[in-house]
Design a protein around this ligand. Structure first.
Ligand code: 3PG
Length: 396
């Protein structure tokens, strides 16, 4: 891909797609700014080189709790960047285009959440993406496009794959760094162990299938809601609360999870115990003593011990998603201990926006690479081509 080294930025209107999709508090404030800080290099470089920068980004998914405007993100970017940062609650209408045209050299305008528009929530091939309203209208006022949204590079959404068809397009600094660190997974030492946790259950089940089938992973360890989903699929009755979280998060992928457990019984591990809250305390339950009324909020100690043993013999460990509700100290045990244990492996890679937030909050470090991407990092780590990169490459 072409990078910022190939771009003559001065005076140009640059559309920069970033991924600042972040954990939020209930009132829409940022609970973590790691992804915003990651993009400071690219944005500062552009403003220092006198570009006029329009920032495109999404937050959450329609109907989700974190589907919010980008006003808080813009305020934080204003603090993080030396350049002036403004925000407009519009993405590609005339008001937004006029503001882009009026941008001064070296200044930044954050446009509204791209996913507030229906087309952005669909997948397109690049040529069709180029015809969407968002790409079409913004291409009228942008001179070039920079894709720095590595964390969304696995999506074929208009703002990710459409602009390369219309404008000279470049990869930003985050994109460049991530592709370098994650591009050669098959060259990393084996055994390779993938630890899949967090709440993006549907994606994780598909990832498990790919890495097991292709031999990229020797073993998959499951934690978090993903672990609960595999347990549920294996026929363990977890209790009504956990079951309802699992089924809403797994969408139609539970059958695939059950199928994988049958095909790879030796290579997928599921938690052997879980932690719940009872009378304000963390209480652990072995799988045999389920179902339990309270929701499963973390993996238990026996699971931690079993997984840590796997890490000790691993050449490469890939971690994605927290093992439990780490925001609550009582249920951060699994995440803290498993992530610390993984640094003992030959090479450790952490993926995931929420995961990076968990690391910061829990003060965990010592990994060989911490990615800003969750699904995108895993797509690359499953040997897939990223649509964003394909789009950038095709026009180079
Ligand atoms: C992420 O958090 O993985 C990216 O921002 C993409 O979000 P999505 O899974 O909602 O497309």
């Amino acid at each position: 891909i072409r990078t910022l080294d190939d771009l003559d930025a001065s005076g140009t209107a640059v559309g920069v797609r970033v991924d600042i999709n972040s954990p939020l508090t209930d009132d829409g404030q940022l609970a973590d700014d790691a992804r915003l800080r990651a993009h400071v290099d690219t944005l500062s470089e552009l403003t220092e080189r006198n570009a006029r920068v329009a920032v495109l980004a999404h937050q959450g998914r329609p109907a989700g709790d974190e589907f919010m405007p980008l006003s808080a993100h813009a305020r934080r970017l204003d603090e993080l960047l030396d350049a002036p940062v403004e925000y407009i609650d519009a993405t590609f209408c005339k008001a937004a285009r006029d503001r882009i045209e009026a941008l001064e050299n070296g200044s930044v305008l954050v446009l509204e959440n791209t996913r507030f528009y229906s087309e952005e929530n669909m997948s397109f091939d690049p040529a069709s993406a180029a015809e969407t309203h968002l790409v079409d209208r913004l291409s009228m006022v942008l001179d070039v496009f920079v894709n720095d949204a590595f964390a969304a590079a696995h999506r074929s959404q208009p703002s990710i794959v459409g602009f390369a068809e219309r404008l000279p397009s470049f990869g930003g600094r985050v994109m460049e760094r991530e592709l370098e660190a994650l591009g050669e997974i098959r060259e990393r030492p084996s055994p390779r162990v993938y630890v899949l946790g967090g709440a993006k259950v549907d994606d994780s089940i598909e990832i498990a299938e790919t890495v097991l089938q292709s031999g990229i992973a020797d073993t998959v360890l499951t934690t978090g809601v993903v672990g609960n989903a595999f347990l549920h699929a294996s026929g363990v009755s977890l209790g009504a609360e956990t079951a309802s979280v699992v089924t809403s998060r797994a969408r139609d992928r539970l059958d695939l999870a059950a199928d994988l457990l049958e095909r790879y019984p030796e290579r997928i591990q599921t938690p052997v115990d879980v932690a719940v809250e009872r009378d304000g305390e963390r209480v652990e339950h072995s799988i045999e003593s389920l179902p339990v009324e309270q929701p499963a909020l973390d993996v238990g100690q026996e699971t931690i011990d079993a997984y840590t043993e796997v890490f000790e013999a691993a050449g490469t460990v890939v971690l994605n998603g927290p093992a439990g509700v780490f925001e609550d100290e009582r249920f951060a045990v699994g995440t803290t201990e498993l992530y610390s244990g993984a640094t003992d492996a030959g090479f450790s890679i952490v993926g995931g926006g929420d995961t990076a937030a968990a690391l910061r909050q829990l003060g965990l470090s010592g990994f060989d690479h911490v990615s800003t991407g969750g699904g995108a990092a895993l797509a690359l780590l499953t040997g897939e081509q990223l649509p964003a990169v394909t789009a950038l490459d095709s026009k180079t």
